[in-house]
Write a new protein. Structure first.
Length: 285
């Protein structure tokens, strides 16, 4: 496949690591607004916060109070919930696009782990539902059925959520749709730092695209998270990375010249055959 042209201008992005309060959607939206304001003050125009940040990634609370933790999704995908007003205002005032993790309840009754996008006008919509559910998530949620690409000016971003990024095919599907980057709200538990750091750098290098990885941090065992939020360049090198503990906002500039130079030097996308590895020989040693 032939990758699309690089965007015309650089874009500043932010990957956030923070510790939301289980079940407190209103309070976590205030925190998300504060962190968005901090990112905007450092020049960010796209801000990515962790998986399930609004209700917090805390399965006991998500199981006990679905009415309180979920956002109701309208038929057109929008979300009109007063608890989000501070975050809407932060996006609107900062002219920023915010991607934040949510639990969503769809008109057909499906409950999903979702990426909520608040656009520069302050309109919130559920843009993507996590396709690969992990472990006990399957008892609470249904998987999404399609990928999604977010357009910000002439930048194209594939959306993934945590475990999605463990599957090379998911990032490749985004790249095949012309993605210049991959935005991944996530929730990696303490003890998983090796995998956390490997998967998203690999998705960047696999597809010669930027990756913005947001992660939850701290909390109480067994739901204690390990931060390490990062922005990776198209060769999988960290442009910015957070520590394993403590709230932080990691800001980096996505340079289209770097994207173009990397794709010219490392042409995996252009060279990918349609049937890569399909025909195989079997040998005996």
């Amino acid at each position: 496949m032939t990758p699309p042209a690089a965007p015309a201008a650089p874009l500043t992005v932010a990957a956030v690591q923070a510790d939301p309060v289980p079940g407190d959607v209103a309070g976590n939206a205030v925190t998300a607004a504060r962190l968005t304001g901090r990112a905007v003050a450092e020049g960010a125009r796209v801000v990515v916060l962790p998986e399930l940040f609004l209700p917090a990634y805390h399965p006991p609370t998500l199981a006990a109070d679905p009415a309180g933790t979920d956002l109701a999704v309208a038929e057109d995908g929008t979300v009109d919930d007063a608890r989000l007003d501070p975050l809407r205002a932060a996006a609107r005032d900062g002219a920023a696009v915010v991607v934040v993790g949510a639990a969503a309840r769809h008109p057909d009754g499906r409950r999903t782990v979702s990426a909520l996008v608040v656009d520069r006008g302050g309109v919130a919509c559920v843009a993507y539902d996590k396709q690969q559910l992990w472990g006990d998530e399957r008892e609470l949620f249904q998987p999404g059925g399609r990928g999604a690409t977010l357009l910000v000016d002439d930048w194209r971003f594939g959306l993934g959520i945590c475990y999605d990024g463990c599957f090379p095919e998911h990032g490749r599907a985004a790249a095949a749709d012309g993605a210049h980057g991959y935005l991944c709200p996530s929730g990696y538990l303490a003890g998983s730092a090796h995998r956390r750091d490997l998967y998203y750098a690999a998705r960047a290098l696999d597809n010669t695209m930027f990756v913005v990885f947001a992660n939850a941090v701290d909390g109480a065992d067994p739901w204690r998270f390990n931060g390490g939020a990062a922005v990776y360049d198209p060769e999988g090198r960290a442009l910015a990375r957070g520590a394993d503990t403590g709230e932080d906002v990691l800001v980096a500039v996505l340079d289209p010249a770097v994207l173009a130079e990397t794709r010219a030097a490392h042409s995996m996308l252009a060279d990918l055959p349609a049937d890569a590895g399909a025909a195989r020989a079997v040998l005996r040693g």
